[in-house]
Design a protein around this ligand. Sequence first.
Ligand code: RIB
Ligand code: CA
Length: 306
Amino acid sequence: MSPTPILIDCDPGHDDAIALLLALASPEVELLGVTSVAGNQTLDKTTANAIRVLEFAGHPDVPVAAGADRPLVREQFVAAYVHGETGLDGPDLPPPQKQPVAQHAVDFLAEKIRASERPLTLIPTGPLTNVALLLALHPDARPERIVLMGGAIAEGNVTPAAEFNIWCDPEAAARVFASDIDVTMIGLDVTHKALFTQAHIGRLTGRVGEMVTELLRFYDTFHRTVYNFDGSPIHDALAVAHVLNPDLVDTLERNVEIDTESELCRGRTVVDLWQRTDREPNAHVGVEVDSDGFLELLVERINSFE
Ligand code: RIB
Ligand code: CA
């Protein structure tokens, strides 16, 4: 079976970096390009980090295009408290050798979508600013499917009510969920059930395995401090894993609306889980995860790098 063409729109970020590695190591997909967005860190840092990870993994050929340096409406907010000042604190990754392509990420995404001979899946793992701009500026260039990491049926992580990617740019998220595109939401309800623990880290091998170990040594501190977790959720990698093997996450077709009005619940993904309204379903929402299946796949694919 031919690999599924994918594009990843990301804000590296520790888990974004691991998501990129998983995509690179997986024959089920063909990574046509990467676009960056401000989120975990500023755009210059997330762009450089995407290039650094691709180069470290031996894939300098994968093009990177820089996108939005701030949300559509809201002020920029970076999560240095999770990912550090560089956005990838931990490993001493070499600086990027290449520059991003000259095209803006939104035009790059549109060009790749139009040119793809097979239906293409877009995997956003950061705030959805670039994706909302793509829908507005290039209404003809629609991916067949969007599998995004973001949102939560239950509690949030950046506020009690909202998950970081959606909270950063709720107006962008509202446009994506209203797009009528086949959207899958991989939220905290499933990512927090699949923690990459010290036992998994102990099984990592090779130079990429060592780099991931250094990433997680830093990334784990936040999750141990805040949640008292034994390990970390590799949020963004679960979105990629679901494209590789849809059996890893069980989803329900539900209506998801985004709160863009209140401050208390800014960016909340209001998921009509029990179908209490007559609002039409507009997303496949992740509700259960095969944690062992996902984590074993992640260890295997990280260790597959030469
Ligand atoms: O809430 C988790 C999400 O926010 C992940 O994508 C992480 O990288 C941050 O962007
Ligand atoms: Ca991310």
